[in-house]
Design a binder for this molecule. Sequence first.
Ligand SMILES: NC(=O)c1ccc[n+]([C@@H]2O[C@H](COP(=O)([O-])OP(=O)(O)OC[C@H]3O[C@@H](n4cnc5c(N)ncnc54)[C@H](OP(=O)(O)O)[C@@H]3O)[C@@H](O)[C@H]2O)c1
Length: 234
Amino acid sequence: MSVTAADIYNRLAEEWAPAPDDRPYTAINMVATIDGKTVSGARGEPVQDLGSSNDHQLMRKIENAAQAVLIGAASQRSSKAISYPAHLLRIVATRSGNLDYDSRFFRDDPSRCVVLCTEHTVLNGVPPQAAVLRCGEAGVDWKSAMLAVRESLGVSRLLVEGGSDVNGQLIRLNFADELFLTVAPKVRLGTGLPTYADGAPLERHAMKMFNLIEINRIGDEVFLRYRRKGDDCT
Ligand SMILES: NC(=O)c1ccc[n+]([C@@H]2O[C@H](COP(=O)([O-])OP(=O)(O)OC[C@H]3O[C@@H](n4cnc5c(N)ncnc54)[C@H](OP(=O)(O)O)[C@@H]3O)[C@@H](O)[C@H]2O)c1
């Protein structure tokens, strides 16, 4: 029986486990080509054309289940058009402080925006209604940042929407409880283009393990959902 986007991800908020005390329950959502690339142009360019309208619809449904979304600054700078459902807190991580304040990310509802940065990040242009969270010296210290997101911002369900740099850091720390992946029926080719998660490779024995807990197909696109194996996420 064929499914439509309306049939999928309708009960995510109830299905997600309660958050631990020290961080939100955290999911990542990305779209990639068959050969694993997560950009359709150069790194840093917009990617709205990678997934179909079904992918966009399902992205909204995952966002609707979350209380906050987190992205890296390169993703924030990649498009002025990134927008979210009204209820979502919008968190962007930056070391440089170089953010695009003339974007829907900040303009739609500045009071829901949070700049997550280091103790030393110089910020110019943050809207006065937005919050600034400083955690860490050389880079954001994710352990204390996640604790602050949980405790100070009151977020128990967090959705991370890339890019690869941020995803890799959170997966390495076992902070990603679920991974959503849309496989777009496309091949990009190219060496050095970003994939789902970047960073130094893990050793063979230390690869992160996930269970495939849901799979849906709409036309030529596949929607995969994984849950992290082990410790509190069996
Ligand atoms: N296919 C998909 O589903 C998908 C989803 C999202 C994004 N994308 C694409 O992916 C590309 C961007 O991905 P990306 O991997 O290059 O970058 P990214 O993860 O979006 O952002 C990287 C930036 O985030 C900040 N950052 C990362 N770790 C940090 C830390 N520990 N502390 C403080 N700041 C930190 C830094 O910002 P500063 O440079 O400001 O210091 C860093 O340069 C774009 O082309 C975007 O369109 C694709």
